[in-house]
Write a protein that binds this ligand. Structure first.
Ligand code: 13P
Length: 255
C-alpha cells in the first residue's frame, strides 16, 4: 500500500512572513495526521523559518532544487548537506521549469537525486512532456527517456525512497488538467518502467501527478490506480485550498 503524498510547490512566491503564516495555519489543521504525507516546498529564503513550524505537525519540509556537489565555488547554489541542515525531508529535482528555463538535463538531475539520497533526503523527480511532444505522439518516448536518464544513479536498494512526479508541461499553470484517464495512462507506463528498472520495489514507488491540481479535481485523479499523490503549484499557495487537497487526496488515496 502506497501512502498518499501531497506536495505544495510554492515556486517563487511568498515573503517569509507569509510563508510562516501559512505553515502555522496548516500545521494546526494537519496535526499529527499519519495517513498521508504532506510536503511543503517554500522558496529557499523561507526554509529556515518554515521548518520549525512544520516540526510541530506531520508535514515535511522540501526544497525546490539543489546542487549535486557537497560544497565549493558554485555561486547561488545550495548543497544537499545544507538542505539536510535545514531539516528538509524531500527536495524537488528536474522540474520542467528547471529543465526549460535553466537548461538542466537528465544527467545533472540524476546526480542531484543521488546526492540527496546520500543525505537521507527523498528526491521528488519530475518528468513530463511538452504540448509539442504530446501532439507528435512522443509522450511515452519522452517520459521514458527522462525516467531512464534522471534515475540513472539511484541505487536499487534506495529506490523505495524516491518519488516520481509526472507533470505534463501543457497542464502546468494553464488550468488545463490532464483527464484522469490520460494521467493514468502515463502513470501506468511509469510504473512499468520503474518495475523494469527496480524489480518489485517499483510497485512501492509513489508517483504524483502535477498540473493544475485543485480541490475539485484531486479526488478523481487519486482514484486512478497508479496516481499516488499530487505536486501542486498555484492551488497550494492558499492554506485552505492545499488543506482540502491533502484531505481529499488522503481519503480517496487510501480508499
Ligand atoms: P500548477 O498546479 O500551478 O499547474 O503547477 C504545477 C507544478 O508545476 C507543480 O510543480
Amino acid at each position: 500500500m502506497r501512502k498518499p503524498i501531497l506536495a505544495a510547490n510554492w515556486k517563487m512566491h511568498k515573503t517569509v512572513a507569509e510563508a510562516v503564516r501559512f505553515a502555522e495555519e496548516f500545521a494546526k489543521a494537519l496535526g499529527d495526521e499519519q495517513s498521508v504525507d504532506a510536503v511543503i516546498a517554500p522558496p529557499f529564503h523561507a526554509l529556515a523559518a518554515v521548518g520549525p513550524v512544520l516540526a510541530g505537525c506531520s508535514a515535511e519540509l522540501s526544497a525546490q532544487n539543489v546542487h549535486p556537489e557537497e560544497k565549493g565555488a558554485f555561486t547561488g547554489e545550495i548543497s544537499p548537506g545544507m538542505l539536510a541542515d535545514l531539516g528538509c525531508g524531500y527536495t524537488i529535482v528536474g522540474h520542467s521549469e528547471r529543465r526549460a528555463l535553466f537548461g538542466e538535463d537528465d544527467a545533472f538531475i540524476a546526480r542531484k537525486a543521488a546526492a540527496l539520497l546520500a543525505h537521507q533526503i527523498r528526491p521528488i523527480v519530475c518528468v513530463g512532456e511538452s504540448l509539442e511532444d504530446r501532439e507528435a505522439n512522443r509522450t511515452l518516448d519522452v517520459v521514458g527517456g527522462q525516467l531512464q536518464g534522471s534515475l540513472a544513479e539511484i541505487p536499487s536498494d534506495r529506490a523505495a525512497e524516491i518519488v516520481v512526479a509526472y507533470e505534463p508541461v501543457w497542464a502546468i499553470g494553464t488550468g488545463r488538467t490532464a483527464t484522469p484517464e490520460i494521467a493514468q495512462e502515463v502513470h501506468g507506463f511509469i510504473r512499468e518502467r520503474l518495475s523494469a528498472r527496480f524489480g518489485p520495489t517499483g510497485a512501492e514507488i509513489r508517483i504524483q501527478y502535477g498540473g493544475s491540481v485543485k480541490p475539485d479535481n484531486i479526488r478523481e485523479l487519486m482514484a486512478q490506480a497508479d496516481i499516488d499523490g499530487a505536486l501542486v503549484g498555484g492551488a497550494s499557495l492558499d492554506a485552505t485550498s492545499f488543506l482540502q487537497i491533502v484531505t481529499f487526496g488522503r481519503s480517496e488515496g487510501s480508499a
